[in-house]
Design a protein around this ligand. Structure first.
Ligand SMILES: NC(=O)c1ccc[n+]([C@@H]2O[C@H](COP(=O)([O-])OP(=O)(O)OC[C@H]3O[C@@H](n4cnc5c(N)ncnc54)[C@H](O)[C@@H]3O)[C@@H](O)[C@H]2O)c1
Length: 256
C-alpha cells in the first residue's frame, strides 16, 4: 500500500511503540489518529506527533465505535490500523494465597486481546466499505502487536502470554477471512524494547534478556518497531504472519 494520504488509526499511540509508529506513519504521509487513555497524555502525544488524539479505552466498545467514526470523519475511512494498546500484567497462576484471581486474569485478556479484536474488526468494516485502492484490490492493512512471550513465556507471565499467543494465532485466520475484502492482517512480536513497559521489567530479567540477545546486543528501539510497521504496510506480500523483531533472543528455560 502507498501509505501517503491514507487514514491510519494507532491504539496505544500516546507512548512507546504506538507513539513511534504514529510518528513514522505521519512522516510517511499518512493521516494518523491515536487512541489511548488519559486526556492530557493523549493531547500531549498528539500535539507532539502532529496527529489527531482521541481518548478511548479499547475495552469500551461504544467509545471505540464513536472515536473510529470521529477519525473517519476527519481523515476518511481507516486504511491502516495498528494495535499497540496493551498492559504487561505479571500474575502468578498459583500464588502464595492461592489460585490466580480470575478477574485480574480476564482484565489482561480483555485489554490485550479483546481490545485488539474490537478495534481491528471495526476498522476492517471501514476498509471493506471503502473498497479497493489498487489493482491488487488492496483495501487496508492491520498490524497487531504480539510479543516474544507468545513463544517463550516466563513464569508469572501466563496471562500476558496467553493474550499475546492469541494475537499471534489470530494473524493467519484473520488474513484468510479478510482476503476477499483485500485486507491484510499481520502481527509483530517484539523482544524487549525500550519503552515505559520495559522499564517495569525487573533488573535481573532485563540483564538476562540483554545477555541472550544475539544481535544487536541491546533492547529494541521504538523506531525499529515503527519502521517494521511501515514496511508491512508498504509490502503487499507480508500477510498472515507474526514477524519476530527481537535480535534473535530466545529465553532459556526457567522455573520459579
Ligand atoms: N516494550 C516491550 O518490550 C514490548 C515487548 C513485547 C510486546 N510489547 C507490546 O507492545 C505494545 C506497546 O507497548 P509499549 O512497550 O509501547 O508500552 P507502553 O506502556 O509505552 O504503551 C502501551 C500503551 O497502551 C495504552 N493502553 C493500555 N491499556 C489501554 C486501554 N485499555 N485502552 C487504550 N489504551 C490502553 C497505554 O496507556 C500506553 O500508552 C503492548 O501491546 C505490549 O504488550 C512491548
Amino acid at each position: 500500500m502507498n501509505v501517503t494520504g491514507q487514514a491510519a488509526v494507532v491504539t496505544g499511540g500516546a507512548s512507546g511503540l504506538g507513539l513511534a509508529t504514529a510518528r513514522a506513519l505521519a512522516a510517511a504521509g499518512a493521516r494518523v489518529a491515536i487512541l489511548d487513555l488519559g486526556e492530557e497524555r493523549v493531547a500531549a502525544a498528539a500535539g507532539d506527533a502532529g496527529v489527531l488524539g482521541l481518548v478511548c479505552d479499547v475495552t469500551d466498545e461504544v467509545r471505540v465505535t464513536e472515536v473510529l467514526a470521529e477519525a473517519a470523519a476527519a481523515h476518511g475511512p481507516t486504511r491502516i490500523n495498528v494495535n499497540c494498546a496493551g498492559v504487561p500484567g505479571p500474575l502468578a497462576l498459583l500464588g502464595k494465597h492461592g489460585p490466580v484471581d480470575m478477574a485480574a486474569y480476564a482484565r489482561i485478556i480483555e485489554i490485550n486481546l479483546f481490545g485488539t479484536i474490537s478495534v481491528m474488526t471495526k476498522c476492517a468494516a471501514q476498509m471493506r466499505e471503502a473498497g479497493a485502492l489498487d489493482d491488487d484490490g488492496e483495501a487496508g492493512v492491520i498490524v497487531n502487536t504480539s510479543s516474544g512471550t507468545a513463544y517463550d513465556g516466563m513464569p508469572g507471565m501466563g496471562a500476558y502470554a496467553t493474550s499475546k499467543g492469541a494475537i499471534r494465532s489470530l494473524s493467519l485466520p484473520a488474513a484468510r477471512e479478510f482476503a476477499r475484502h483485500g485486507i491484510r492482517v499481520n502481527s509483530i512480536a517484539p523482544g524487549l524494547f525500550e519503552t515505559g513497559m520495559a522499564e517495569g521489567v525487573p533488573e535481573p530479567a532485563r540483564e538476562a534478556m540483554q545477555r541472550m540477545t544475539i544481535f544487536p546486543p541491546r533492547f529494541g528501539k521504538p523506531d525499529e518497531f515503527a519502521s517494521m510497521v511501515v514496511e508491512i504496510c508498504r509490502n503487499p506480500a507480508v500477510n498472515g504472519a507474526d514477524v519476530r523483531l527481537d535480535g534473535a533472543v530466545r529465553l532459556a528455560p526457567q522455573r520459579t
